[in-house]
Every structure is written in C-alpha cells, then in structure tokens.
Design a protein around this ligand. Structure first.
Ligand code: NAP
Length: 319
C-alpha cells in the first residue's frame, strides 16, 4: 500500500464505472486515494457484451471500456488493490474500512460503489444447476451452448441484448417474460422483432428441470390462464435485474424498500463522509454514463468535505 500508515484521504469501494470515475476525480483533486475491488475492475460493465450508448464510443465491448477507465485512473497514479471490504466503522474524524485480508484502512471519506449482483428467480432447480445450464452471463457461458436450445428470462435491456447475442451461438433462443410488454428500449425491441427469437409473454418460470448431464427443460405458468407447460432447453440465462450489494453499508444510512441507498444530489448519505454512487444508489436510470457521473459528483463532494475536515483539524490544533 502507498500509505504506510493505512491512512488515506479517500477510499473507494468498487471498481465499476462509478468507482473508477471517482478514482480519476479523486486523484485530480490531489486526494490520497485507494480503490478496493474484490474481483477484477469493471464490475457489471466488464461482462457487458457491447456498449453503444456511452458518449464517444459508438460500439465498444464492456471489457474494453472498463479497461480504458482503469488505465485512465491509473495514469494519475490511483492505487488499486484486490481485496474485499467487509465492514465500515464510521468515526467522528476518520472512517475505518476492514478488509477480508485483515487489513484496516482509514480515510476521511469513503465512497461505496459496490453496485449490484444478478437477481435470482428463486425457483427450484436454479441454484442446483448453476454451471450445469443455468447462467447469469451470456458472454461468459454462451459459447458452451453452441448449437443448443437456450431460454433467456427477463424483459429489460439486458435480457433482450443477451438474447440477441445468443442467437449467434444457439440453434434456438426463447425469450420468456412475465408481462406482455418489455422494459427494454425501442431500438432493442426493434432488433428483437427482426430476429428469430421466439418470444413467450405473460409467463413465469416455475421450475428448472435437469437430468444427469444438466438442464433439459423449464416449466412455465401462464400469468393469465394459469396454464402450465414445459419447454425443452439446455441453457437458462437469467437477466431479471440486479439486487444491490448493500451489505457493507453501515447502519444509519437510509435505504429504499428495495435496498438501494438514498443520498442527496452530492451522493452524500446521512453519515458525514460516507458517499454512495452507481447502481447501489436509488435512481431513475441505471446507465454506465450515470454511474460514471455519480462517481465524479461523489469525488468532488468528498474533496470539499476532506478540505473542511483538515482545516478544522488544523484550526483545532492551533488553538
Ligand atoms: P431491469 O431493467 O430492471 O429489467 C428487469 C426485467 O426482469 C424486467 O423486465 C422485469 O419484469 C423482469 N423481472 C424482474 N424480476 C423478475 C422475476 N422475479 N421473475 C421474472 N422476471 C422478472 O434490469 P436490466 O435489464 O438488467 O437493466 C438494468 C439497468 O441497466 C436498466 O436501467 C437498463 O436500462 C440498463 N441497461 C442498459 C443497457 C443499454 O442501454 N444498452 C443494457 C443493459 C442494461 P417487469 O418488466 O415485469 O418488471
């Protein structure tokens, strides 16, 4: 670690677009900054197939965009370590962050940008068949289903985008959605209509069934008629949104009913010096550009807060 005493100005938890943007702004504000990421930097972005709506990039893979963000942040000397933050203990001056490795870091300001994890359907056969036909990442696992029948569950941008991606690999793609209209954007819906994907609406998956070699079918229930049917499928790709990675948020921070953090426009929580940005923050649009913008806002607000704290300390010492 750069800070020999483990004391920083600014600790960023999470290496997705919000955390990396905060790293760039934190370093440019000459804050002693460290970013902690438990996996590889990029977060959900790194496993996104193609990004077509981040300004300046008409079409770029999520991995390439996150690599660019990381190298941009590191060009300012941002310290990035692989570790997991397990607890934040807010203090009157410095906040402590305990890491899974046993280290304890301290900082005036902490940004929590830990995003979300894929939401589960919660049906029988889902957990048991993870890696045996059930997947939450078409880009990671799609290749294993070449020439096979796959089913994609969900009706948002991710489900439609990933279903379209899977048409290049699978012999047949079903898209199963619980309602009769999609959340996905119009452009994606147009591409869906023009594709060979078979759409099944108003249907919930009730069970994922397997045989010795993995998944072989799913059971569906019509949400209107109650009619049940099975369809044969070897792959089940579930894209029904995210659940917030909020375990690290200290008690006292207000969460909404879904577990997303409520902050003010500066990404400040109700604990001074604790900020939240990106997918973990309650918002209207969970977009890469929004997460990056929030990382910027949080870092600028933190820089101003840290200056005030240091001024207070110096003034206090002089008295
Ligand atoms: P999302 O927009 O929250 O959509 C989740 C979908 O899953 C919805 O259609 C929802 O159905 C369905 N769903 C939720 N829980 C379910 C359950 N228990 N059983 C069955 N279906 C369920 O999630 P997302 O598609 O991952 O997108 C997340 C955010 O990232 C969004 O803001 C999205 O716009 C953004 N994104 C953007 C792009 C892009 O711009 N290219 C790409 C990917 C993601 P209902 O509609 O009935 O609620």
């Amino acid at each position: 670690m750069n800070a020999e005493d483990g004391i920083y100005d600014f600790i960023i938890l999470g290496g997705g677009p919000a955390g990396l943007a905060a790293g760039i702004y934190g370093m440019r504000a000459v804050l002693k900054t460290i970013l902690i990421e438990k996996a590889t930097p990029g977060g959900q972005l790194a496993i996104t197939k193609g990004v077509e709506n981040y300004p300046g990039f008409e079409d770029i893979s999520g991995l390439e965009l996150s690599d660019k963000m990381l190298s941009h942040a590191q060009s300012y000397g941002l310290e990035v370590i692989q570790d997991e933050a397990v607890k934040i203990e807010p203090g009157p001056e410095l906040h402590s962050v305990k890491l899974a490795s046993g280290k304890v870091l301290k900082a005036y300001a902490v940004l929590i940008a830990t995003g979300g994890a894929p939401r589960k359907l919660g049906v029988p056969g889902e957990d048991e068949n993870l890696g045996r036909g059930v997947s939450y990442c078409a880009k990671c696992d799609g290749y294993f289903f070449r020439g096979q029948v796959v089913s994609v569950i969900g009706g948002g941008d991710t489900a439609v985008e990933e279903a379209l991606y899977l048409t290049k690999l699978a012999s047949k793609v079903y898209l199963i959605h619980r309602r009769d209209s999609f959340r996905a954007g119009r452009l994606l819906q147009k591409r869906l209509r023009e594709s060979e994907i078979e759409v099944i609406l108003n249907s919930r998956v009730t069970k994922i069934c397997d045989q010795e070699d993995g998944v072989h079918s799913i059971s569906l229930k019509d949400t209107f008629t109650g009619e049940e049917k099975d369809i044969e499928t070897e792959g089940v790709f579930i894209f029904i949104g995210l659940t917030p990675n909020n375990e690290i948020i200290p008690p006292g921070v207000t969460l909404d009913h879904s577990g997303y953090a409520i902050t003010n426009e500066k990404c400040e929580t109700n604990i001074p010096g604790i900020y939240i940005a990106g997918d973990l923050k309650q918002k209207y649009a969970k977009q890469i550009v929004v997460a990056a913008a929030e990382g910027c806002v949080a870092a600028l607000a933190a820089a101003s807060y840290i200056d005030e704290k240091k001024d207070e300390q110096e003034t206090g010492q002089r008295l």
